[in-house]
Design a protein around this ligand. Structure first.
Ligand code: HEC
Ligand code: HEC
Length: 155
């Protein structure tokens, strides 16, 4: 236990950006569920979740924001850092791409399992060539699986 704590502390000290650069294991929808949980637990310490929820940016933009937050005092485990980053990147992709033809409420009002979301998102993606890559389809589906019943915050 003690050893783990020391190890974890060492890991946290490693630069924020370096943590992202590593070759990581493939993401599963569980990572988006845990990412959402870690986001809601840790990012509300100093301000409301509205800023990050309203913010739409790409991966580089989120790495920059999360680095700034870490420098301000936000502390996340290495695993949670990656999960929160991926969650916020997927959230932005969702906000950007899924409001092009209809409101975000259309997907937000639906609750589906991960596989069912993949099918829906793939079907939507096919309506507009080059909308999302296969990896992005997985990420947006992970975000939609993680969102649960709530919907109000995103529009
Ligand atoms: C230790 C306090 C603290 C924690 C914890 C914290 N923040 Fe912040 N955050 C701030 C402060 C202070 C500002 C306003 C100053 C600024 O913009 O740097 C801010 C501003 C922001 C902004 C708006 C400015 C921008 O760069 O877009 C976003 C988005 C944001 N935080 C996201 C997050 C996320 C995501 C987390 C969780 C990983 C988080 N914050 C955790 C202190 C914190
Ligand atoms: C190019 C236009 C377009 C884009 C972009 C688009 N949609 Fe749709 N969407 C539609 C149309 C048209 C319908 C209604 C007909 C249908 O269901 O195919 C629809 C219906 C839906 C429905 C209700 C039907 C169902 O299967 O549950 C959901 C949920 C949905 N979209 C989610 C999304 C998501 C998530 C995204 C982003 C990845 C997205 N849409 C992007 C055009 C689009």
């Amino acid at each position: 236990m003690k050893k783990t704590a020391i190890l974890l502390f060492g890991v946290i000290l490693v630069s924020f950006v370096a943590a992202y650069a590593q070759d990581n294991e493939p993401l599963t929808f569980q990572d988006f569920i845990e990412g959402k949980e870690a986001f809601e637990e840790n990012c509300i310490e100093c301000h409301s979740l509205e800023w990050p929820i309203k913010k739409i940016t790409d991966r580089a933009g989120w790495v920059e924001t999360l680095t700034k937050m870490a420098n301000t005092g936000a502390v996340l485990s290495k695993k949670n850092k990656r999960q929160v980053l991926e969650y916020l990147v997927a959230k932005s992709m969702f906000q950007q791409n899924c409001s092009l033809c209809h409101g975000l409420e259309r997907p937000l009002e639906k609750n589906k399992e991960f596989q069912a979301w993949i099918e829906t998102v793939r079907r939507m993606s096919a309506k507009k060539p080059d909308l999302l890559t296969e990896e992005e389809i997985q990420a947006v589906s992970g975000f939609l699986t993680a969102k649960g019943e709530e919907k109000g915050l995103y529009w």
